[in-house]
Design a binder for this molecule. Sequence first.
Ligand code: ADP
Ligand code: PAZ
Length: 241
Amino acid sequence: MILIDIGNTRIKWAEQQAGNLGKMHALAYLNANIDLLLGAAWQQLSKPESIYLACVGAQRIKQQVMYIAYQLWPDIIIQEITTQKYAHGVRNAYPDYTRLGVDRWLSMVAAYHYYTRPVCIVSCGSALTLDIIDELGQHLGGMIMPGLNLLQQALSKGTANLNSCSEQYPRGLANDTQAAIYNGNLNAIKGFIEQGLAQYKNPVQLILTGGDAEFLADSLKLVAIIDARLVLKGLSLVAKE
Ligand SMILES: Nc1ncnc2c1ncn2[C@@H]1O[C@H](COP(=O)(O)OP(=O)(O)O)[C@@H](O)[C@H]1O
Ligand SMILES: CC(C)(COP(=O)(O)O)[C@@H](O)C(=O)NCCC(=O)O
């Protein structure tokens, strides 16, 4: 089986054999030749009996990914997983549960299943999302802000004199523009996480996932579990139903 998570920046996938989820692979697709790169990567895989896919990216990217799979394995069964109201002990807080991103939903299902509860999941991807689930599996809701990369791009797009900042700088008050942007963005993210955690009365287990999880955990000195495969783990649980 292949499990696929299509985000707004990267396509992530892993093979699952005999119930064991393998290593996660990722393709940053925004300026990439998806057909060539994904086709080449998947050619190395043995033919899967099925594919489970979750997508918060554009529909055309999903179609492209499915097309590549059908070209390699014409009779493959591809099952798209969408957000549920309830699964594996977790109850979605959104009144219209379909509106919650499926990546957030699958991360919650996996976090509640594998880690100590209550649990707070912060996904550090294109967007930064934060969700809290209590001891009983009730999703209390969440928050969304631009991810690190989008925060950096926003200033350069909306101002005449600021460029996006790609380097790392010492933390604290800065005396040059790049370091000031860097510190502003990191502090915004720190406040987002602290304020999110403060919404819950008791201590919660913090879990970080997504492409910037390790960098943010290090830079913000967060006491957290980092699990890059959280969405894929949730996909695996839901696929087994
Ligand atoms: N090799 C990489 N290519 C692109 N982005 C990366 C890479 N490594 C880390 N990142 C960071 O990870 C973010 C994407 O994380 P990811 O969790 O895959 O997001 P999404 O689920 O939105 O596609 C990017 O915005 C970027 O800041
Ligand atoms: C918030 C998101 C854009 C995050 O996507 P990502 O950063 O993983 O690409 C995605 O989960 C989404 O489109 N959610 C729908 C809105 C919601 O969850 O409320």
